[in-house]
Design a protein around this ligand. Structure first.
Ligand code: GUN
Length: 287
């Protein structure tokens, strides 16, 4: 079997096209240009690339984006003061703090400062709690993107056996909740899971959100499974950086039924969902 590739770029582009039309109508009707403020601290190369891509995508759909850049030595109160100011400013609709933050900062406290109605990343405890209660307002972007990719294959995940590997709040844990809300049977596996290969082999849908380059090889995959690769690992190959997922694509593509590539799979979907959340945030704030 050769896995069919699920093209995240294509899906994200069509989402952005539809969103651009909605933004145009919104601006015409209400005279408000949605505005996303991004906070970037330190000089992590990956974060700089992600933020640049997010800003470019904003431009494509007609959302204003403003970047607040801080040096790696910045303090907790500098970031918190900015967030307080942005919370009070009615012209600011979305606030995103790019993670990770420099190690001297308390990320959790910073995320909790954001007004939940401006929390376009869906990482405030209020929004995570709403997700847990199956009453989401703004849900995390990457998990939403993963679900949309899965739905290009299956109309519904109801009764599917899904194994999510990785329990981060940003992806694994939130995605497990999102899929449970959609009536999937979800196993949340992680680094302490016993017999991980056997567990993964039970999956109709296997999600790799581990953060370890090419970790999942074909012997973790049930023939015909849908495999979603959330990993974005920058690997140095002879002085050149290449992007690798958490899935060993050359072996897995021989066994899986469907597979998301890296790059061009989940990454673009995270961005399109950020834009979707930004328009949703404006609507939540105004109506
Ligand atoms: N760092 C890696 N992915 C993400 C994301 O989706 N949101 C934020 N804020 N930071 C990230």
């Amino acid at each position: 079997m050769v896995a069919k590739i699920i093209d995240g770029r294509d899906l994200a582009n069509s989402q952005k096209q539809q969103l651009a039309e909605k933004v145009t109508l919104f601006v015409k009707k209400y005279g408000i240009v949605p505005s996303l403020h991004v906070i970037l601290a330190g000089d992590y190369p990956s974060s700089q690339i992600y933020v640049r891509n997010k800003q470019r995508a904003c431009q494509v759909v007609g959302i204003e984006s403003v970047l607040h850049q801080f040096p790696g030595s910045t303090t907790q109160s500098e970031i918190e003061q900015l967030i307080e100011k942005l919370n009070l400013d009615d012209s600011v609709n979305g606030i995103l703090v790019q993670l990770p933050l420099p190690s001297q900062l308390n990320s959790q406290r910073i995320l909790e400062k954001i007004n939940p109605l401006k929390d376009v990343d869906g990482l405030h405890p209020y929004n995570l709690g709403r997700l847990l209660m199956n009453k989401p307002l703004l849900a995390p972007c990457t998990p939403q993107g993963c679900l949309q990719l899965i739905k290009t294959v299956y109309d519904t995940v109801e009764s599917k056996n899904v194994v999510v590997v990785g329990r981060s709040i940003l992806v694994g844990r939130s995605l497990a909740v999102l899929l449970t809300n959609e009536n999937a049977t979800v196993t949340l596996a992680h680094s302490k899971t016993k017999n991980l290969k056997d567990v993964c082999k039970t999956a109709d849908i296997l999600i790799a959100a581990i953060g370890s380059s090419e970790f999942l090889t074909s012997d973790y995959v049930k023939p015909g499974a849908v495999v979603i690769d959330v990993g974005i690992n920058r690997i140095d190959v002879g002085g050149v950086h290449v992007l690798k997922g958490d899935v060993h694509q050359p072996s897995v593509e021989k066994v899986a039924g469907y597979l998301t590539p890296v790059p061009g799979g989940v990454g673009p979907m995270t961005i399109s969902n950020l834009l979707l959340n930004t328009l949703k945030a404006v609507e939540l704030q105004k109506f």
